[in-house]
Design a protein around this ligand. Structure first.
Ligand SMILES: NC(=O)c1ccc[n+]([C@@H]2O[C@H](COP(=O)([O-])OP(=O)(O)OC[C@H]3O[C@@H](n4cnc5c(N)ncnc54)[C@H](OP(=O)(O)O)[C@@H]3O)[C@@H](O)[C@H]2O)c1
Length: 339
Protein backbone atom coordinates (compact mmCIF):
# COMPACT_ATOMS: atom_id res chain seq x y z
CA UNK A 1 0.00 0.00 0.00
CA UNK A 2 1.78 3.23 -1.08
CA UNK A 3 1.98 5.95 1.54
CA UNK A 4 0.35 9.37 1.23
CA UNK A 5 1.69 11.58 -1.49
CA UNK A 6 4.61 13.76 -0.42
CA UNK A 7 5.61 17.20 -1.70
CA UNK A 8 8.98 18.66 -0.73
CA UNK A 9 9.33 22.45 -1.08
CA UNK A 10 12.73 24.09 -0.76
CA UNK A 11 12.47 27.61 0.64
CA UNK A 12 8.96 26.71 1.78
CA UNK A 13 8.99 28.93 4.85
CA UNK A 14 8.38 32.20 3.01
CA UNK A 15 7.35 33.95 -0.19
CA UNK A 16 6.54 31.81 -3.21
CA UNK A 17 7.47 28.57 -1.41
CA UNK A 18 4.98 29.32 1.33
CA UNK A 19 2.42 30.20 -1.38
CA UNK A 20 2.97 26.77 -2.95
CA UNK A 21 2.40 25.06 0.42
CA UNK A 22 -0.72 27.15 1.07
CA UNK A 23 -2.19 26.30 -2.32
CA UNK A 24 -1.50 22.58 -1.81
CA UNK A 25 -3.18 22.42 1.61
CA UNK A 26 -6.15 24.57 0.51
CA UNK A 27 -7.11 22.57 -2.58
CA UNK A 28 -9.31 19.54 -1.79
CA UNK A 29 -7.50 17.67 -4.59
CA UNK A 30 -4.16 17.96 -2.78
CA UNK A 31 -4.90 18.86 0.85
CA UNK A 32 -4.02 15.38 2.10
CA UNK A 33 -0.51 15.58 0.66
CA UNK A 34 2.27 15.54 3.26
CA UNK A 35 3.98 18.90 2.80
CA UNK A 36 7.65 18.92 3.76
CA UNK A 37 9.21 22.35 4.02
CA UNK A 38 12.96 22.23 3.40
CA UNK A 39 14.31 25.16 5.40
CA UNK A 40 17.56 26.29 6.92
CA UNK A 41 15.91 27.78 10.02
CA UNK A 42 13.80 25.68 12.40
CA UNK A 43 12.43 28.90 13.85
CA UNK A 44 11.20 30.17 10.48
CA UNK A 45 9.83 26.69 9.74
CA UNK A 46 7.75 26.74 12.94
CA UNK A 47 6.25 30.12 12.07
CA UNK A 48 5.37 28.89 8.57
CA UNK A 49 3.92 25.62 9.89
CA UNK A 50 1.75 27.50 12.40
CA UNK A 51 0.50 29.80 9.65
CA UNK A 52 -0.35 26.81 7.42
CA UNK A 53 -2.11 24.97 10.26
CA UNK A 54 -4.17 28.07 10.98
CA UNK A 55 -5.47 27.75 7.40
CA UNK A 56 -6.04 23.97 7.60
CA UNK A 57 -5.54 22.40 11.04
CA UNK A 58 -5.62 18.84 9.60
CA UNK A 59 -2.71 19.55 7.22
CA UNK A 60 0.50 17.55 7.63
CA UNK A 61 3.47 19.91 7.50
CA UNK A 62 6.95 18.66 8.33
CA UNK A 63 10.48 20.04 8.43
CA UNK A 64 13.55 18.93 6.51
CA UNK A 65 16.69 20.89 7.42
CA UNK A 66 18.42 22.00 4.26
CA UNK A 67 20.94 24.55 3.10
CA UNK A 68 21.05 24.41 -0.69
CA UNK A 69 24.38 26.24 -0.85
CA UNK A 70 26.23 23.40 0.93
CA UNK A 71 26.64 20.17 -1.03
CA UNK A 72 27.20 17.96 2.03
CA UNK A 73 24.13 19.43 3.73
CA UNK A 74 22.15 18.64 0.58
CA UNK A 75 23.30 15.01 0.55
CA UNK A 76 22.57 14.66 4.27
CA UNK A 77 19.10 16.17 3.84
CA UNK A 78 18.34 13.70 1.02
CA UNK A 79 19.42 10.80 3.23
CA UNK A 80 17.27 12.05 6.09
CA UNK A 81 14.31 12.51 3.77
CA UNK A 82 14.57 8.95 2.45
CA UNK A 83 14.89 7.55 5.97
CA UNK A 84 11.55 9.18 6.83
CA UNK A 85 9.56 8.91 3.59
CA UNK A 86 9.30 6.09 1.07
CA UNK A 87 8.36 8.20 -1.92
CA UNK A 88 8.66 11.74 -3.20
CA UNK A 89 5.86 12.77 -5.55
CA UNK A 90 6.83 16.37 -6.21
CA UNK A 91 10.04 18.22 -5.51
CA UNK A 92 9.67 22.00 -5.74
CA UNK A 93 13.13 23.49 -6.39
CA UNK A 94 12.18 26.93 -5.17
CA UNK A 95 14.73 28.25 -2.66
CA UNK A 96 16.64 31.20 -3.97
CA UNK A 97 18.68 34.26 -3.15
CA UNK A 98 19.41 37.54 -4.88
CA UNK A 99 22.56 39.15 -3.49
CA UNK A 100 21.15 42.70 -3.59
CA UNK A 101 23.76 45.09 -2.24
CA UNK A 102 22.32 48.51 -3.03
CA UNK A 103 19.95 50.36 -5.32
CA UNK A 104 21.20 52.61 -8.07
CA UNK A 105 18.46 55.24 -7.78
CA UNK A 106 19.57 57.26 -10.83
CA UNK A 107 19.57 54.17 -13.02
CA UNK A 108 16.25 53.09 -11.48
CA UNK A 109 14.58 56.44 -12.29
CA UNK A 110 16.00 56.51 -15.83
CA UNK A 111 15.03 52.93 -16.62
CA UNK A 112 11.59 53.30 -15.06
CA UNK A 113 10.84 56.39 -17.17
CA UNK A 114 12.14 54.86 -20.40
CA UNK A 115 10.83 51.29 -19.99
CA UNK A 116 8.06 51.32 -17.39
CA UNK A 117 6.51 48.01 -18.50
CA UNK A 118 9.81 46.16 -18.38
CA UNK A 119 11.14 47.80 -15.22
CA UNK A 120 10.30 45.00 -12.79
CA UNK A 121 11.44 42.32 -15.21
CA UNK A 122 15.04 43.36 -14.70
CA UNK A 123 17.40 43.97 -11.79
CA UNK A 124 18.99 46.85 -13.69
CA UNK A 125 18.55 49.15 -10.68
CA UNK A 126 20.03 46.68 -8.19
CA UNK A 127 23.74 46.32 -7.64
CA UNK A 128 24.45 42.66 -6.88
CA UNK A 129 27.40 41.59 -4.76
CA UNK A 130 30.09 40.08 -6.96
CA UNK A 131 32.66 37.43 -6.07
CA UNK A 132 30.57 35.52 -3.51
CA UNK A 133 31.80 31.93 -3.04
CA UNK A 134 30.77 29.20 -0.62
CA UNK A 135 33.30 27.60 1.76
CA UNK A 136 33.51 24.78 -0.82
CA UNK A 137 34.60 27.31 -3.43
CA UNK A 138 31.43 27.35 -5.53
CA UNK A 139 29.64 30.51 -6.66
CA UNK A 140 27.18 31.16 -3.81
CA UNK A 141 24.24 32.22 -5.95
CA UNK A 142 24.89 29.40 -8.42
CA UNK A 143 25.08 26.88 -5.55
CA UNK A 144 22.00 28.18 -3.73
CA UNK A 145 19.65 28.70 -6.66
CA UNK A 146 20.80 25.99 -9.03
CA UNK A 147 23.41 23.43 -8.13
CA UNK A 148 22.11 22.54 -4.64
CA UNK A 149 18.83 21.62 -6.30
CA UNK A 150 20.46 19.75 -9.18
CA UNK A 151 22.39 17.65 -6.65
CA UNK A 152 19.29 17.18 -4.49
CA UNK A 153 17.34 15.75 -7.43
CA UNK A 154 20.12 13.22 -8.06
CA UNK A 155 20.30 12.30 -4.37
CA UNK A 156 16.50 11.94 -4.10
CA UNK A 157 16.16 10.00 -7.32
CA UNK A 158 15.33 6.69 -5.57
CA UNK A 159 12.35 8.31 -3.79
CA UNK A 160 11.21 10.03 -7.00
CA UNK A 161 11.45 6.73 -8.90
CA UNK A 162 9.48 4.89 -6.21
CA UNK A 163 6.71 7.49 -6.41
CA UNK A 164 6.60 7.21 -10.21
CA UNK A 165 6.22 3.43 -9.87
CA UNK A 166 3.67 3.61 -7.07
CA UNK A 167 1.21 6.05 -8.64
CA UNK A 168 -1.36 5.33 -11.31
CA UNK A 169 -0.11 8.36 -13.24
CA UNK A 170 3.38 6.72 -13.42
CA UNK A 171 5.16 10.05 -12.95
CA UNK A 172 6.84 11.97 -10.22
CA UNK A 173 7.69 15.62 -10.82
CA UNK A 174 10.33 18.25 -10.31
CA UNK A 175 9.07 21.84 -10.48
CA UNK A 176 11.60 24.67 -10.61
CA UNK A 177 10.96 28.27 -9.68
CA UNK A 178 12.76 30.12 -12.43
CA UNK A 179 12.45 33.77 -13.28
CA UNK A 180 11.55 36.01 -16.18
CA UNK A 181 15.07 37.37 -15.57
CA UNK A 182 16.55 34.11 -16.79
CA UNK A 183 14.22 33.44 -19.69
CA UNK A 184 14.55 33.53 -23.41
CA UNK A 185 17.11 35.47 -25.38
CA UNK A 186 17.74 38.00 -22.62
CA UNK A 187 19.27 35.26 -20.50
CA UNK A 188 22.16 34.78 -22.89
CA UNK A 189 23.30 38.32 -22.21
CA UNK A 190 23.92 37.38 -18.57
CA UNK A 191 25.24 33.84 -18.71
CA UNK A 192 28.97 33.62 -19.41
CA UNK A 193 30.47 30.35 -20.62
CA UNK A 194 33.93 31.06 -19.19
CA UNK A 195 32.46 31.93 -15.77
CA UNK A 196 29.45 29.62 -15.80
CA UNK A 197 28.92 29.98 -12.02
CA UNK A 198 28.97 33.75 -12.56
CA UNK A 199 31.31 34.49 -9.67
CA UNK A 200 32.94 37.54 -11.23
CA UNK A 201 30.11 39.13 -13.19
CA UNK A 202 27.45 41.63 -12.10
CA UNK A 203 24.42 39.35 -12.70
CA UNK A 204 24.82 36.12 -10.71
CA UNK A 205 21.05 35.96 -10.09
CA UNK A 206 20.00 36.13 -13.75
CA UNK A 207 22.75 33.68 -14.68
CA UNK A 208 21.54 31.15 -12.10
CA UNK A 209 17.95 31.51 -13.27
CA UNK A 210 18.94 30.87 -16.88
CA UNK A 211 20.60 27.68 -15.65
CA UNK A 212 17.37 26.69 -13.89
CA UNK A 213 15.61 26.47 -17.27
CA UNK A 214 18.54 24.53 -18.69
CA UNK A 215 18.67 22.16 -15.71
CA UNK A 216 14.98 21.40 -16.06
CA UNK A 217 15.61 20.29 -19.65
CA UNK A 218 18.60 18.21 -18.55
CA UNK A 219 16.55 16.40 -15.89
CA UNK A 220 13.98 15.49 -18.53
CA UNK A 221 16.72 14.17 -20.81
CA UNK A 222 18.35 12.15 -18.03
CA UNK A 223 15.38 10.87 -16.05
CA UNK A 224 12.27 11.46 -18.18
CA UNK A 225 12.36 7.87 -19.43
CA UNK A 226 12.19 6.66 -15.81
CA UNK A 227 9.04 8.67 -15.11
CA UNK A 228 10.62 11.75 -13.47
CA UNK A 229 9.35 14.77 -15.35
CA UNK A 230 10.64 18.30 -14.81
CA UNK A 231 8.97 21.66 -15.44
CA UNK A 232 10.30 25.18 -15.15
CA UNK A 233 8.03 28.00 -14.05
CA UNK A 234 8.22 31.62 -12.96
CA UNK A 235 6.17 33.52 -10.40
CA UNK A 236 5.98 36.93 -12.06
CA UNK A 237 6.79 39.90 -9.83
CA UNK A 238 5.72 39.38 -6.24
CA UNK A 239 6.63 41.11 -3.00
CA UNK A 240 8.72 38.70 -0.94
CA UNK A 241 11.87 38.68 1.18
CA UNK A 242 14.11 38.27 -1.83
CA UNK A 243 14.95 41.99 -1.92
CA UNK A 244 15.04 42.25 1.90
CA UNK A 245 18.57 43.66 2.03
CA UNK A 246 17.56 46.77 0.05
CA UNK A 247 13.89 46.91 0.93
CA UNK A 248 13.61 50.12 2.93
CA UNK A 249 10.29 51.89 3.55
CA UNK A 250 10.61 54.15 0.48
CA UNK A 251 11.32 51.17 -1.78
CA UNK A 252 8.37 49.25 -0.32
CA UNK A 253 5.95 52.13 -0.90
CA UNK A 254 7.13 52.84 -4.45
CA UNK A 255 7.10 49.10 -5.23
CA UNK A 256 3.57 48.60 -3.87
CA UNK A 257 2.11 51.57 -5.75
CA UNK A 258 3.85 51.02 -9.07
CA UNK A 259 3.27 47.26 -9.26
CA UNK A 260 -0.44 47.80 -8.55
CA UNK A 261 -0.71 50.59 -11.15
CA UNK A 262 1.10 48.47 -13.74
CA UNK A 263 -1.23 45.55 -13.07
CA UNK A 264 -4.24 47.82 -13.56
CA UNK A 265 -2.62 48.78 -16.88
CA UNK A 266 -2.65 45.13 -17.98
CA UNK A 267 0.98 44.28 -17.16
CA UNK A 268 0.18 40.65 -16.30
CA UNK A 269 3.58 39.84 -14.79
CA UNK A 270 2.54 41.88 -11.70
CA UNK A 271 1.35 38.99 -9.56
CA UNK A 272 2.16 41.13 -6.49
CA UNK A 273 1.55 38.43 -3.84
CA UNK A 274 3.63 35.25 -3.52
CA UNK A 275 0.32 33.33 -3.31
CA UNK A 276 -0.54 34.53 -6.82
CA UNK A 277 3.07 33.90 -7.82
CA UNK A 278 2.77 30.25 -6.79
CA UNK A 279 -0.07 29.44 -9.20
CA UNK A 280 2.13 28.23 -12.07
CA UNK A 281 4.33 26.09 -9.79
CA UNK A 282 1.27 24.32 -8.37
CA UNK A 283 -0.25 24.00 -11.84
CA UNK A 284 2.93 22.30 -13.11
CA UNK A 285 2.80 19.97 -10.11
CA UNK A 286 -0.86 19.01 -10.36
CA UNK A 287 -2.20 19.32 -13.93
CA UNK A 288 -2.28 15.98 -15.77
CA UNK A 289 1.11 15.29 -17.37
CA UNK A 290 -0.69 14.85 -20.71
CA UNK A 291 -1.85 18.48 -20.47
CA UNK A 292 1.67 19.83 -19.82
CA UNK A 293 4.62 20.25 -22.18
CA UNK A 294 8.23 20.23 -20.99
CA UNK A 295 9.26 22.43 -23.95
CA UNK A 296 7.40 25.32 -22.31
CA UNK A 297 7.90 27.40 -19.20
CA UNK A 298 4.79 27.97 -17.08
CA UNK A 299 4.21 31.53 -15.96
CA UNK A 300 2.17 32.99 -13.09
CA UNK A 301 0.25 35.99 -14.31
CA UNK A 302 -2.52 38.27 -13.04
CA UNK A 303 -5.48 40.04 -14.63
CA UNK A 304 -5.80 43.78 -13.87
CA UNK A 305 -8.20 43.21 -10.98
CA UNK A 306 -5.99 40.58 -9.40
CA UNK A 307 -7.25 37.22 -10.66
CA UNK A 308 -4.23 34.97 -11.13
CA UNK A 309 -3.86 32.69 -14.14
CA UNK A 310 -1.24 30.49 -15.80
CA UNK A 311 0.36 31.36 -19.11
CA UNK A 312 3.26 29.64 -20.87
CA UNK A 313 6.12 30.47 -23.21
CA UNK A 314 8.30 28.25 -25.34
CA UNK A 315 11.82 27.71 -24.06
CA UNK A 316 14.46 28.58 -26.64
CA UNK A 317 17.59 26.76 -25.54
CA UNK A 318 20.46 25.77 -27.80
CA UNK A 319 20.82 21.94 -27.56
CA UNK A 320 24.62 22.16 -27.86
CA UNK A 321 24.72 24.61 -24.97
CA UNK A 322 22.44 22.38 -22.89
CA UNK A 323 24.83 19.45 -23.51
CA UNK A 324 27.82 21.56 -22.52
CA UNK A 325 26.16 22.71 -19.30
CA UNK A 326 25.06 19.15 -18.50
CA UNK A 327 28.70 18.01 -18.68
CA UNK A 328 29.71 20.73 -16.24
CA UNK A 329 26.86 20.02 -13.80
CA UNK A 330 27.31 16.25 -13.96
CA UNK A 331 31.04 16.63 -13.30
CA UNK A 332 30.16 18.61 -10.18
CA UNK A 333 27.63 15.96 -9.09
CA UNK A 334 30.32 13.27 -9.44
CA UNK A 335 32.83 15.38 -7.55
CA UNK A 336 30.60 16.36 -4.63
CA UNK A 337 28.79 13.03 -4.32
CA UNK A 338 32.14 11.32 -3.59
CA UNK A 339 34.14 13.96 -1.72
N1 LIG B 1 9.51 37.41 -5.71
C1 LIG B 1 9.66 37.52 -7.01
O1 LIG B 1 9.23 38.50 -7.62
C2 LIG B 1 10.37 36.46 -7.78
C3 LIG B 1 10.47 36.60 -9.16
C4 LIG B 1 11.09 35.62 -9.90
C5 LIG B 1 11.58 34.50 -9.25
N2 LIG B 1 11.51 34.38 -7.91
C6 LIG B 1 12.06 33.17 -7.29
O2 LIG B 1 11.15 32.67 -6.35
C7 LIG B 1 11.87 31.83 -5.44
C8 LIG B 1 11.40 32.13 -4.04
O3 LIG B 1 11.80 33.47 -3.73
P1 LIG B 1 10.82 34.49 -3.01
O4 LIG B 1 10.60 35.60 -3.93
O5 LIG B 1 9.68 33.77 -2.45
O6 LIG B 1 11.80 35.05 -1.88
P2 LIG B 1 11.92 34.69 -0.34
O7 LIG B 1 10.69 35.03 0.39
O8 LIG B 1 13.21 35.33 0.07
O9 LIG B 1 12.08 33.12 -0.31
C9 LIG B 1 13.31 32.50 -0.58
C10 LIG B 1 13.34 31.20 0.17
O10 LIG B 1 14.56 30.53 -0.16
C11 LIG B 1 15.20 30.16 1.05
N3 LIG B 1 16.64 30.09 0.89
C12 LIG B 1 17.50 31.06 0.50
N4 LIG B 1 18.76 30.60 0.54
C13 LIG B 1 18.69 29.31 0.96
C14 LIG B 1 19.67 28.30 1.22
N5 LIG B 1 20.98 28.51 1.06
N6 LIG B 1 19.24 27.10 1.64
C15 LIG B 1 17.93 26.86 1.84
N7 LIG B 1 16.96 27.77 1.63
C16 LIG B 1 17.36 28.98 1.20
C17 LIG B 1 14.82 31.24 2.04
O11 LIG B 1 15.05 30.78 3.35
P3 LIG B 1 15.31 31.81 4.58
O12 LIG B 1 13.95 32.25 5.02
O13 LIG B 1 16.04 30.97 5.56
O14 LIG B 1 16.13 32.93 4.02
C18 LIG B 1 13.36 31.42 1.70
O15 LIG B 1 12.59 30.41 2.29
C19 LIG B 1 13.34 32.12 -5.67
O16 LIG B 1 13.93 31.06 -6.40
C20 LIG B 1 13.33 33.38 -6.49
O17 LIG B 1 14.47 33.49 -7.32
C21 LIG B 1 10.90 35.33 -7.15
Amino acid sequence: MPQRRVALITGGNSGVGFGIAQRLIEDPATHDVTVVLACRSAHRFKAARNALLSIRPQATVELLSLDTSDTQAVLKAAEQFMARFETLDVLFCNAGMLPAESINYVQAAFYFLTNTRGFFSTTVAINQTQGLVTPEGMGTVFATNLFGHYLLIHALRPALLKAAKARSEAYSRVVWTGSCLGSGKASMTHWVKEDYQHVQGPNPYESSKFLVDVASQIINKKFGGDGIVSYTTEPGVSASNIYASVNNLLVRIVYAITTLLLRLLFVATMTITPYNGAISEVYAATAPVAALDTRYKYLSRCAPLGTPFVDREKLCLDPALVRDIQQKLDALVARYSNP
